[in-house]
Design a protein. Structure first.
Length: 264
């Protein structure tokens, strides 16, 4: 399969990476700076209520709930939400009761409430591959924001080296112990970029060292450049658009990895 078959929200390119929550949680277990950022932001809301798109297995959701924030958590991945349910079952009841979970498509999800803070952490919007999908999502965000509410999300900054790889080049990385099978597994990646659609597909290749069959998982991310994002947000009716670098108060620059976007 090549990237021509990927790139619509809800298809293999957006869901395959999230079909194995145990591997996902292992891979991103040390990614904490964004968690602290969103928890601090959520705690500063006047009503301690947040709408979170792309909640996944609860990497950001649970820390917010543990900080006494009421979270409406939305995601499309059934495996990730099942993992979130298991994690919720293990926390105190008062924490669990602060989280309301919805399995839904973020382009059409509708709640009856408005929020002073809506967030979409860790590249969630990069699974909106077409302009129509992004505008449909932003229209829903606007419906859920209170008059002075704030929409905050982060995306990976497009990197020239990732967009210019030979798609046939295999990049080896460290092996790891698969958290489900317990088998040491080799890992490598291929990067395939479509410059017309601005779609980057990372083909993640897994090779168990015990000789059992390997597998490949595609992760498709739309590459949104900062000024493009600003133009899209303005066209969708958002204002006071601000960019921050890597979950700090610093402006973005040449070495920014995660672009944080705040708007109203």
């Amino acid at each position: 399969m090549d990237s021509a078959h990927l790139g619509h929200a809800g298809d293999l390119g957006s869901l395959a990476h999230y079909a194995d929550p145990a591997y996902y949680d292992l891979t991103y277990r040390e990614r904490q700076h964004d968690v602290a950022y969103y928890v601090s932001l959520a705690r500063s809301t006047p009503d301690n209520r947040v709408l979170e798109y792309g909640c996944g297995s609860g990497r950001v959701t649970l820390p917010m709930a543990q900080a006494r924030v009421q979270v409406t958590a939305v995601d499309l991945s059934a495996p990730m939400l099942a993992a979130l349910g298991q994690r919720l079952a293990e926390v105190p009841a008062q924490v669990r009761e602060r989280v309301t979970v919805h399995r839904a498509d973020m382009r059409v999800f509708a709640a009856s409430e408005r929020y002073s803070l809506v967030i979409a952490p860790f590249n969630t919007v990069l699974h909106l591959y077409e302009p129509e999908e992004m505008f449909a999502f932003l229209a829903q965000v606007k419906k859920h924001l209170s008059p002075d509410g704030q929409f905050v999300f982060d995306v990976s900054m497009p990197q020239a080296q990732d967009l210019s790889h030979d798609p046939d080049e295999v990049l080896d990385a460290d092996s790891f112990i698969d958290p489900t099978s317990g088998i040491r597994t080799g890992y490598s990646e291929r990067f395939e970029y479509d410059p017309i659609r601005q779609l980057l597909v990372v083909w993640m290749q897994f090779s168990p060292e015990d000789g059992s069959p390997g597998w490949t998982v595609p992760l498709a991310h739309r590459q949104y450049f900062p000024q493009e994002l600003k133009a899209v947000l303005l066209a969708a009716g958002f204002r006071r658009i601000e960019f921050e670098s890597d979950f700090s108060s610093e402006p973005p620059g040449p070495h920014t990895d995660s672009l944080v976007v705040r708007c109203q």
